[in-house]
Unconditional design. Structure first.
Length: 394
């Protein structure tokens, strides 16, 4: 029965990825029909991410009240409804309104599933589950690209993904008893976690640095995904249909990278996994910066995705080691809120920057975020070394 539940969780992570990447791949076709500037993608992205931050902050209360199973089903259902709303929208402001349930549906389920897996399954599943998020993130733009290539409008892409989400919601509803059974067997373990105040969490050595690292990493990932297609169209002169598919290569890199990372973790610790990923990102950025040909940009996006792959799961998985098991439950929530804050603020900031300057700033913007992440991770590592977790009190 537990194996069936694990399959459901993997499928749920695909569900998390499917809508996350649609906006970036579809926007080159959307903004002209909506008669808005290209930078307005950042506004929709900010609304969606803002809803995600709010639902993440309240995820603890939601889990206690509903349980992980019900919360997951409700959240996926909200996302399905929001995607259907996108498919029937014909104005920018309609998209903004539907972006609210879009974001609220994503935040709670993300925190709940990460916490559930950390409590009940082995560490290697963390990388592989995030790999399955990448499967969804890759499929979304490909589905959109195929429909655009065959003459359908962007609305059809959102409608297709909404049908997939509705089907998954039904599966989650029918499998709710599996979640209850698993929860009962591990109830005592869940109750071991102590809640810490925000002041206590922020006072922990390395906490602020690692929060900034999460902020900058997710800002990098979200900005890369949202603006890749627009950069390829407006700066490289690539057709919108082709750019949508090429932009998906970034998420393809994340997906393959996380699958491989699950095996590499048997030989390499979390700290070195993060450093390996950062090095690969820098290589990808170099290919994106130097305009040798359009295909180097394509390869660069794949490499950036491969580099991003191990960073988020490794940082999450190292939290109990860096801060202690008793505080990890509290700090993971704050880390994810910091991550979503980066997702909320930095892609729209780039949107406004490219509106006033040029979209050619895209590789430079990503480079700045990458080096901010590297500096903050290494600063946190130094603080962890000087302040061992044993006997640490907030």
């Amino acid at each position: 029965m537990y194996s069936i539940l694990l399959v459901i969780i993997y499928i749920s992570f695909i569900s998390l990825g499917l809508p996350d990447t649609l906006l970036g791949s579809a926007w080159p076709s959307m903004y002209e029909t909506l008669n808005v500037p290209v930078s307005y993608a950042g506004i929709i992205s900010m609304i969606i991410s803002g809803g995600t931050i709010i639902s993440t902050l309240f995820s603890g209360k939601s889990i206690r009240k509903l349980g992980t199973g019900k919360l997951t089903a409700i959240s996926v259902g909200m996302t399905a409804i929001a995607l259907f709303g996108f498919s029937i929208s014909n104005t920018f402001w309609h998209l903004c309104l539907w972006g609210i349930p879009y974001g609220l549906g994503a935040g709670s389920v993300d925190a709940a599933l990460n916490n559930f897996v950390a409590l009940h399954y082995k560490a290697r599943h963390m990388n592989w589950l995030h790999c399955f998020w990448g499967v969804g993130a890759t499929l979304g733009p490909y589905i959109m690209g195929i429909l655009l290539t065959n003459g359908f409008k962007w609305n059809s892409g959102y409608f297709t993904i909404s049908l997939i989400q509705i089907a998954l919601t039904m599966v989650l509803i029918f499998t709710l008893p599996l979640w209850k059974e698993k929860k009962t067997d591990n109830k005592a373990k869940e109750e071991e976690y102590k809640n810490y105040s925000f002041r206590e969490v922020f006072a922990l050595p390395g906490a602020m640095s690692i929060m900034i690292a999460f902020f900058s990493y997710c800002a990098l990932e979200a900005t890369t995904g949202l603006w890749a297609a627009s950069y390829l169209v407006l700066n490289r002169g690539i057709a919108a249909e082709t750019a949508a598919k090429w932009a998906a290569s970034f998420y393809f890199g994340i997906t393959i990278g996380r699958f491989i990372s699950g095996f590499i973790t048997f030989k390499m610790n979390n700290k070195n996994m993060v450093r390996l990923g950062q090095g690969i990102i820098i290589l990808g950025l170099l290919l994106l910066i130097f305009p040798f040909s359009n295909y180097t940009a394509f390869i660069g996006l794949i490499l950036i995705g491969l580099g991003c792959a191990p960073i988020y799961p490794s940082l999450i998985h190292s939290t109990p080691t860096n801060f202690g098991k008793d505080v990890s439950h509290s700090i993971i929530g704050v880390q994810m809120a910091s991550a979503y804050l980066g997702t909320t603020l930095m892609p729209p900031l780039f949107g406004f920057l490219q509106e006033y300057f040029n979209i050619r700033l895209y590789p430079l913007y990503l480079t700045i975020l990458t080096f901010l992440m590297i500096v903050m991770v290494e600063k946190a590592n130094g603080l962890f070394m000087r302040n061992p977790v044993m006997n640490r009190n907030p």
